[in-house]
Design a binder for this molecule. Structure first.
Ligand code: ADP
Ligand code: MG
Length: 466
């Protein structure tokens, strides 16, 4: 702390000097002036912490000086010193704001004690003022930072009402701060992530919000800070890129589909031509026609399967998520294929974890994945074998395995490609569909295969984890 400054105002040189000597024990700067005018001049040029003022001065009384000193610096404390005669006016001076009065002859311990207390008071008050200034400065800096950063900054109070709306937000939305402060704001930022932000002009921007929750130090303080970036343009580009990608994929798929459709069509056509010739020749008995209609029927069924698989693959209907218990789903699928498996000599096994967390999924689609995997597994074991469905979970995902003891397939086989099939009546869409459904759920599908052990694993995220 800076050295404090004491001013002694007394026209009696000896007395003034004496007072100065006593106060010097307090380690302060001391100035002595004989008149009120000189005291005022000095107080305007440098701050005075304490003035020790004789009540009777050559140019007026100490009470008037008290108010002038206070006008110059409200922090200054004044102690009036007086003889017996004017004790009344000294008391009046204290009522008017003087720190204390001392009677002449001044007792050095009294003077020291009074001066010390007055100086401590001034020091305290000055420190308080300094802290307040510092706080204001840091608040101003924070405000400037919030205004200057090239980001959208928003704060919500404990009630979810907007208590901070920075300039960028004003510029982007057209809504001035005055209008926004106090409005409910939880919907604007939600739980973070990309959200639409309405603009005054009636449009909307897409904002990616990062939220920080702050435990309030006092009631009414901001609870949630959110920093946003305008991603409207970015999202639009992404949308276009996805669209272009999807169009390209549709082209590839259409070519594949056309190829797949042509095979059964050609073969059905050929069979019908054979049938026609037989009819022309009059060689049409149930025995000769039956096999032909059977073949045509087979091809038509294949076409039908192709169309429904293709639709399942191509239609990107949004998922309808609901809490899904996987164990139940797995048991249901196994029960469904039980009769087929029995005929094919396939033994079914279920190894289902008991503490499996429930996940968010569309059960019907997961059932479709499992059915596709289980059918493939059975088709891979024409002479019979073992088929196992196993569930497990890690910290952030549940896993479902479908394992078989069939021949497997060599590495690098493009089994997940649409229309890839090694089966005479296959569509090659089963795994493409399964893969698509897994990724639509935010999950993955992987596989390992060697003769006698092929295992497909679907991994699905546990909500709220990771
Ligand atoms: P599809 O079953 O109509 O052929 P999929 O997409 O379901 O079409 O499977 C593609 C190909 O992947 C199959 O034709 C087969 O060659 C191979 N495949 C799939 N699952 C297995 C399996 N469990 N064991 C061996 N090969 C498999
Ligand atoms: Mg299949």
């Amino acid at each position: 702390m800076a050295t404090q400054h004491v001013l002694v105002v007394d026209d009696d040189d000896a007395l003034a000097e004496n007072i100065g000597e006593i106060v010097a024990a307090l380690d302060v700067d001391i100035t002595v002036t004989p008149t009120g005018a000189a005291a005022v001049a000095l107080a305007t040029s440098r701050p005075i912490d304490l003035a020790l003022v004789d009540l009777r001065l050559p140019d007026g009384d100490g009470t008037a000086l008290l108010s002038r000193l206070r006008a110059i610096s409200p922090d200054t404390e004044v102690v009036v010193i007086t003889g017996d005669a004017s004790i009344e006016s000294a008391a009046a001076a204290v009522r008017g704001g003087a720190f204390a009065y001392l009677l002449k002859p001044v007792s050095p311990p009294d003077l020291l004690d009074t001066a010390r207390r007055a100086l401590a008071q001034v020091a305290l008050r000055r420190e308080g003022a300094r802290l307040r200034r510092e706080l204001e400065r840091s608040e101003r800096t924070n405000r400037e930072v919030v205004e200057a950063v090239p980001a959208l900054v928003l704060a919500l109070d404990a009630d979810g009402r907007i208590c901070l709306w920075n300039r960028r937000l004003e510029e982007l939305t057209g809504y001035p701060r005055d209008e926004m402060i106090g409005r409910p704001g939880r919907d604007l930022v939600g739980g973070g992530g990309v959200r639409p932000l309405p603009t005054r002009a009636g449009g909307e921007c897409l904002i990616r919000w990062e939220r920080a929750e702050v435990v309030p130090a006092s009631v009414g303080e901001a609870r949630i800070y959110a920093v946003g970036t305008d991603v409207t343009a970015e999202q639009e580009m992404l949308r276009r890129a996805l669209r272009a990608e999807r169009l390209a994929a549709v082209g590839t798929m259409a070519a594949g589909l056309a190829h797949e459709v042509r095979n059964p069509l050609n073969s059905a056509l050929l069979q019908l031509q054979v049938l026609g010739r037989r009819l022309d020749r009059g060689d049409a008995t149930p025995e000769t026609l039956r096999p032909i209609t059977g073949l045509v029927e087979d091809e038509i069924r294949r076409l039908e399967r192709l169309v429904s698989d293709f639709l399942a693959f191509a239609q990107s209907r949004p998922l309808q998520l609901q809490p899904t218990a996987l164990a139940e789903l797995c048991r249901g699928v196994l029960a469904f294929v039980g009769p087929e498996a029995a005929v094919a000599g396939v033994r079914l096994h279920a190894v289902l974890a008991r503490d499996l967390p429930s996940i968010q999924a569309e059960p019907e689609r997961l059932r479709q994945v499992l059915l596709n995997l289980v059918r493939n597994a059975m088709e891979a074991m024409p002479g019979g074998g073992d088929l196992t469905i196993r569930t497990s979970h890690t910290r952030d995902a549940v896993e479902i395995e479908v394992q078989d003891t069939g021949q497997g397939f060599p590495d690098e086989t493009p089994i997940f490609d649409a229309f890839f099939t090694t089966k005479p009546k296959g569509t090659g869409l089963g795994l493409a569909i399964a893969h698509r459904i897994a990724t639509d759920h935010g999950g993955t599908m992987r596989v390992r295969s060697r003769p006698g052990d092929t295992c497909f694993t679907m991994s699905l995220p546990i909500p709220g984890a990771g």
